[in-house]
Ligand binder design. Structure first.
Ligand SMILES: *[C@@H]1O[C@H](CO)[C@@H](O)[C@H](O)[C@H]1NC(C)=O
Ligand SMILES: *[C@@H]1O[C@H](CO)[C@@H](O)[C@H](O)[C@H]1NC(C)=O
Ligand SMILES: *[C@@H]1O[C@H](CO)[C@@H](O)[C@H](O)[C@H]1NC(C)=O
Ligand SMILES: *[C@@H]1O[C@H](CO)[C@@H](O)[C@H](O)[C@H]1NC(C)=O
Length: 225
């Protein structure tokens, strides 16, 4: 179901030139092309495509290689296309949603204190959410939007994320000890942090607030691809 599909599409022209025509950049992938002409005028090319991590079964399945001559008024070119599928590294955890290219996500609707939330994510092979981009924030907002009522009190607009200043007062870091300002997303609500607590929640609107770690909130868990 969650098969990753890659199409490697290389245009190899008689003039030096290799055009990479990936539909979308994947942070998991690396492409290298070597192209040189020898003394008799032959072009020798080597193309390597490295797909990040794979599961224990390893090798790509159903590799299909095609070549064709594509003619235009200007030139004839050789078009080489490789199609293959790499299975997901591991099966998605139950109740987690795969966001392609990003990770697996789950909104725990039952409120817990920050420490319990952290432990519960870990037990599921995940970790308490760390927002690294506006795109990831949009995933968080989507999960919030699907659940307009999480609690029926003032806590409803908030959920815990994996950020606190428990180790050093007024220095907010992630559960991996990374400074908040290095995560790629550190958009505090105006007036926040006001140091009324050591743990961080994200609001439905996207802004961060510090709050008491013992207060129970819904929370997001995340797992890498
Ligand atoms: C391409 O050529 C360079 C220099 O000759 C070499 O270091 C590199 O390993 C080659 N890469 C591939 C994919 O063959
Ligand atoms: C150039 O490469 C072609 C194809 O690999 C080979 O047949 C030919 O002998 C090479 N020429 C020289 C001078 O190495
Ligand atoms: C490769 O994938 C493309 C679509 O992405 C498809 O049109 C084409 O037929 C496939 N080629 C092979 C050999 O499976
Ligand atoms: C991030 O925060 C640390 C400690 O609070 C500070 O030393 C550093 O300059 C900040 N970096 C940026 C890019 O704001």
């Amino acid at each position: 179901m969650f098969l990753t599909h890659f199409v490697l599409c290389i245009l190899y022209t008689m003039i030096i030139g290799a055009v990479d025509c990936f539909p979308r950049k994947s942070t998991l992938s690396k492409l290298s092309i070597n192209n040189s002409q020898n003394a008799t005028g032959h072009w020798n090319s080597k193309i390597q495509f490295e797909h990040g991590v794979v599961n224990k079964q390893g090798s790509p399945l159903d590799l299909k290689l095609e070549q064709a001559i594509v003619s235009s008024e200007r030139d004839d070119v050789v078009l080489i296309t490789a199609n293959f599928t790499v299975p997901p590294r591991s099966t998605p955890p139950e109740d987690y949603e795969l966001i392609p290219g990003l990770g697996f996500y789950k909104l725990h609707k039952e409120p817990e204190n920050w420490h319990t939330a952290r432990v519960m994510c870990r037990k599921e092979g995940a970790y308490l959410e760390i927002i690294n981009s506006h795109f990831e924030l949009s995933v968080i907002k989507m999960l919030f939007d699907r659940n307009p009522t999480l609690t029926d009190d003032w806590r409803n607009p908030y959920a815990f994320v994996g950020v606190s200043d428990l180790q050093k007062h007024k220095t907010f870091v992630t559960i991996f000890d990374e400074p908040l300002n290095a995560t790629g997303y550190s958009n505090w609500h105006p007036g926040q942090p006001n140091y009324d607590g050591n743990c961080v929640v994200v609001q439905r609107t996207g802004q961060l607030h510090d709050t008491g770690c013992e207060i129970k909130f819904p929370f997001f868990c995340e797992r890498g691809l």
